[in-house]
Design a protein around this ligand. Structure first.
Ligand code: F6R
Length: 614
């Protein structure tokens, strides 16, 4: 949600900020803006509704000079996306400009108080309230900007990552965070602030991460000074980024999403690397090894996540119950955090999140920790908030995922869950050594099988053309492939805006079957596994009502060729590993349908990559 970037250095700030905004655009893209202090110490703010490219157009013939600036790309929370609500926001005197990611919950009370004191507001945003409050405190207390920000944040309820610039000051950005990420980049004679590392990697790989309720004075030529809202001095280790530039570029693909789908054989290998040995006979996850007793004695596993990560969690439920014989509950983080859940001290909570910043999942983790449970994170973004706030965990190691629709992160989450289940199952003795050895070898073969599916995508591309103009889709699966059906439906709706439902196949006759007619495409995952005969019956029920069946089947399944209208083949595998294969054609199908419909695949409407508001 919302991207923030700031720069102080020897170069002109504007081109660096714009490049940074392009990198951050996946976080939100309904409006964009920039604030710069030029050499005459004037503070200029330019902002517009639309994409970063619209901002570039908007500033033509304007004064965009200055070696210090802040910039923002927005995902609207308060106030519709328009020119006025775009960030940065000026204070009343136009002496301050502020950008913000997050939500200020008590903004309306503060706004009322400020209006009574003579302040007027241009926008409908919560952000403008904060910049006005900072100015009010600065003027009434006759204090410097840092102290004013510190005092103002003490009055704020909610989440924020902010950066503030001041007219007359060509050297300093004040930055702060609570529940929204913020990183400071330390380059040669230049400093950066940003929501994530993507705008920084071109210039430096040295960063430090702010913690909640910390404020930084980022000053030209000096090391950042960090204090808490309560004025306690803090120092943070400078760490090296693991991200490299090629991971942030499309590399010749038309969309990040396609690049990320195609990358999966490699990302799955990266995810296994160092965890499954070359001879594929052992799995070593340090987060499990270090906490072996806890996992062995777990009364229950609770898996938390949102969206695609929640779907990965559902697959985790099948795995842990099947392989480890531990009871599992899978919860939407947003429901779990507010429903007064029963949590035992010997529960293990597994929080799954690509970004590591999802507000609902972070809050659910805090709740579980307060109840005394052991919390294990599965995350992709190194150094993000969830890995820093869990007891232990495992990274998915797939590199930055830029396409808003999650693809390679999902398969890696499922891969980590498989490795965890095998490690725990072996330690507990809940699977035989023979089965362990067989499964781990099959897991090792998954990347080459994914590569095989991806070798020729033209069949799925052609098939997509037949169904592009359908208004609805149903996705069905059973067992391990039931969550895959739900994930396939989510992928389709988020990027093509076609309504799609993912269901357990046998549930269809309890309601959704009423929707089936000769215009309804039904994607059925019908691989050759223990549920095969059952799913054939489900397909027959659809065919009897003239539905159009697109079946994802095991290679060379002749029987299915005669039943389904269209088939997509995947290589045979162990049932518990099938989701790693069956999701691939569904990702491609939604991608091609969205492209056929002319959708903006990487930046679909209303969505943002990292959901830092609840
Ligand atoms: C769907 C998608 C979202 C995310 C969800 C959770 O393609 O990307 O549903 O999965 O917002 O995000 P993370 O995994 O970052 O916690």
């Amino acid at each position: 949600m919302c991207g923030i970037v700031g720069y102080i250095g020897k170069q002109e700030a504007f081109p660096i900020l714009i490049k940074g905004l392009h990198r951050l655009e996946y976080r939100g893209y309904d409006s964009a803006g920039v604030a710069l202090v030029n050499d005459n110490k004037e503070l200029n703010v330019y902002k517009t509704k639309g994409r970063v490219a619209d901002l570039e157009e908007f500033v033509k013939n304007k004064d965009i000079s200055g070696t210090i600036g802040i910039a923002h790309t927005r995902w609207a929370t308060h106030g519709e996306p328009n020119n006025v609500n775009a960030h940065p926001h000026y204070s009343q005197s136009e002496n301050l400009a502020l950008i913000h990611n997050g939500i200020i919950e008590n903004y309306s009370t503060i706004k009322e108080e400020l209006i009574n004191k003579g302040y007027s507001f241009q926008s409908d945003t919560d952000t403008e309230v904060l910049v006005q409050l900072i100015e009010y405190i600065k003027e009434t207390n006759k204090t410097d900007l840092f102290t004013a920000v510190q005092l103002a944040l003490g009055e704020i309820v909610g989440a924020y990552a902010i950066a503030v610039l001041e007219k007359g000051n060509t050297d300093t950005i004040i930055a702060a965070r609570k529940s929204s990420p913020l990183v400071i980049g330390i380059g040669e004679d230049e400093l950066f602030v940003a929501s994530d590392a993507s705008p920084i990697v071109d210039y430096t790989n040295k960063v430090l991460y702010l913690d909640d309720e910390e404020i930084a004075i980022v000053k030209r030529g000096e090391e950042p000074i960090i204090r808490t809202i309560g004025n306690v001095k803090k120092s943070h280790k400078i760490v090296e980024l693991e991200v490299n530039l090629s991971q942030l570029e499309k590399g010749g693909y038309p969309h990040f999403m396609l690049k990320e789908i195609i990358e999966q054989p490699r990302t799955l290998k990266d995810c296994m690397s160092g965890r499954i040995n070359i001879s594929c006979d052992n799995v070593v996850l340090s987060g499990i090894l270090d906490n072996k007793e806890k996992f062995m004695n777990a009364r229950r596993i609770i898996i938390l996540g949102c969206g695609t990560s929640w779907h990965a969690g559902l697959i985790g439920e099948y795995l842990f119950e099947d392989i480890c014989r531990i009871p599992v509950e899978v919860e939407y983080s947003s429901e779990f955090r507010y429903r007064h859940p029963v949590i035992y001290k010997d529960d293990i909570v597994i929080a799954i999140s690509q970004s590591g910043e999802t507000a609902d999942t972070l809050a659910a983790i805090e709740l579980a920790k307060e109840a005394g449970a052991f919390v294990f994170g599965i995350c992709n973004v190194v150094g993000s908030s969830i890995p820093r706030n869990t007891h232990s965990g495992a990274y998915t190691h797939v590199g930055p995922e830029i396409g808003v629709a999650s693809t390679k992160a999902f398969t890696a989450q499922v891969m980590v869950l498989n490795m965890m289940a095998l490690a725990i199952g072996r330690a507990k003795g809940s699977i035989t050594e023979d089965r362990f050895q067989h499964l781990i070898k099959e897991l090792g073969r998954i990347p080459e099988k994914v590569e095989h599916i991806l070798k020729d995508t033209s069949k799925i591309e052609n098939l997509s053309k037949i169904f592009t103009y359908a208004h609805n889709f149903i996705y069905l699966g059973r067992g391990y492939n039931c969550p895959v059906a739900m994930e396939g439906a989510l992928k389709l709706k988020e990027i093509s805006y076609i309504h799609a439902e993912g269901y357990p196949a046998a549930e269809m006759k309890h309601g959704p079957i009423a929707l089936i007619d000769n215009e309804m495409p039904v994607v059925v995952i019908a691989t050759h596994n223990s549920m095969y005969e059952k799913i054939i019956s489900n397909i027959q029920e659809i065919k009897a009502r003239n539905g159009k069946v697109i079946a994802v089947v095991t290679e060379n399944d002749c029987k299915m060729c005669n039943i389904a209208d269209q088939i997509i083949e995947v290589p045979a595998s162990e049932e518990c590993l099938e989701p790693l294969l069956t999701i691939i054609p569904l990702q491609l199908l939604s991608y091609y349908i969205a492209v056929n419909k002319g959708r903006d695949v990487d930046m679909p409407r209303n969505l943002a990559k990292s959901v830092t508001v609840e």
